[in-house]
Design a protein around this ligand. Sequence first.
Ligand SMILES: [Fe+2]
Length: 156
Amino acid sequence: MMAQSTMDKSTTEAVGRKLNTLLADFHIVYGHLHALHWNVEGPNFFTIHKELQGMYEQMAEFIDDTAERILMLGNRPATTYKEYLETTSLAELQSRKYSAEEVGQLVLKDLAHVITEVRTLIETAGEHNDEGTADFGVSMLREFEKQNWFWSAFSG
Ligand SMILES: [Fe+2]
C-alpha cells in the first residue's frame, strides 16, 4: 500500500516531480563519477580515483534518500534508466581516458547542474510548505557546495 501523505495532492505532485528529476540526474551523475573514477589517468590518479569513490558512495545515499522521499509523499520513484534518460537533461559519458583537468571540469559542471536543481527543489518545497523536503534539499545542497569548493580549489 502506498504511503498516505499528510500533504495535499498539489504539493505531493509538484514536489514529487522535482524529486523525480533529481533522481534521474543523480543516476546519470552516478554513472559519470564511475566513468571518471575508472578512466582517469595521470599523476593525480590516486587522489582523483579515491575522491570520486567518496562522491559516488555519497551519491548512492542521495539516490536512495530521494527515492524514499518520493515514496513518503505517496508517489513511486522511477526505477529504469530509460525513464532517467527521458527525464534528465544530462548526457552520459563515454568510457575513454580522462585527464585530471577534464575530470575537474566535468565534475564542476555536474555540481553546478545538481546545485541548480536542488535549489529549485528547495524553492518548490518552500512554496508548498513542505519543510521536510526543503530540509532534505538543504542537507544535499550543503554537501554539493562543499564538493564544489573542493573541486574549484583543485582546478585552480
Ligand atoms: Fe572503485
